[in-house]
Design a protein around this ligand. Structure first.
Ligand code: A3P
Length: 280
């Protein structure tokens, strides 16, 4: 294991998430109006965060991830006066208890796992906060085994899917967002109880397009408080291709077969599996 990583309860974390912080997650005090933006890494977290930030009537503050930093984190999170939107890559079981008790609103983002694997591979290569990886083949094996930060994609998604019918949880998919951003932005605003006009929605679609966001990274990079992913605050590492189906350029036919077999096995009771199936 590399020095930039450590294991907590069997799951790999970045050392930027201190063990002490991870150990005290249950002491986090949620507010009833908090919104949690939850995802497995590389699912489109920055994108949805940007959508929420651009809702004119939202009056929210996007905070850094709950699991980033040390124990002083909870004090820092208390200093936000506006409604907090708090990103995290935690699995359901690790999510602080108080968030569950208060039934805070949670948006869980999903993306087809083959594209996530490819996106994650590039993140590992480009991000100095992650160990270096030589080849796609090497990363593919780690991803399959869940030997990557935040653990197995399967376990993560299944942990959240169990709660997908709870009325405080909204599931948004990367692929649906791509296909029909207006419709999905509307879903988000309705879920958050916010009114937006059609022209405001069009504005949000435009401002959160991949090109627009990629072109604005230089500007936003200056703000260290604008960290959405606990694995880096460097937004230049985030906007790579922004496409659906890029996995086809990486997976060999054998890798596809091995992946599909594991997918079928792990996801046999999953309803979400059907959605991902459309992209494999
Ligand atoms: P790729 O590496 O496939 O390009 P996260 O924000 O959870 O770290 O996810 C990052 C992935 O979302 C990257 O995928 C990134 O390019 C993509 N992404 C970010 N903003 C996007 C946008 N506005 N539209 C489409 N994809 C976007």
């Amino acid at each position: 294991q590399s020095s930039v990583l450590h294991k907590f309860k069997g799951v790999i974390f970045s050392t930027m998430s201190s063990e002490e912080l991870l150990n005290s997650l249950d002491s986090f005090e949620a507010r009833e109006d908090d919104v949690f933006l939850v995802s497995y890494p590389k699912s489109g977290t920055h994108w949805i965060a940007k959508v929420i930030e651009n809702i004119p009537s939202a009056r929210i503050t996007l905070t850094p991830p709950i699991e980033l930093g040390d124990i002083s984190k909870f004090e820092e999170l208390k200093t936000y006066c506006e409604r907090r939107v708090i990103p995290t890559h935690l699995s359901y079981s690790m999510l602080p208890m108080n968030i569950k008790q208060k039934q805070c609103k949670i948006i869980y983002i999903v993306r087809n796992p083959k594209d996530i694997a490819v996106s994650f591979f590039h993140y590992y290569r480009d991000n100095p906060n992650l160990p270096s990886i030589e080849t796609w083949h090497e990363f593919f094996e780690l991803f399959l085994k869940g030997d990557v930060v935040y653990g197995s994609w399967f376990d993560h998604v299944l942990s959240w899917e169990e709660h997908k019918n709870a009325k405080n949880i909204l599931i948004i998919s990367y692929e649906e967002m791509k296909k029909d951003p207006s419709k999905n932005i509307k879903k988000i605003t309705t879920f958050l109880g916010l009114n937006v006009t059609d022209s405001e929605i069009n504005q949000i679609v435009w401002k959160t397009s991949f090109t627009e966001m990629k072109n604005n990274t230089a500007k936003e990079n200056c703000d260290p408080n604008h960290t959405i992913c606990a694995l880096t605050s460097n937004r230049n590492l985030v906007f790579r291709k922004g496409a659906v189906g890029d996995w086809i350029n990486y997976f060999t036919s054998k890798q596809k077969r091995v992946f599909d077999e594991l997918f079928t096995e792990k996801m046999k009771h999953s309803e979400l599996a059907k959605h991902f199936g459309d992209y494999s």
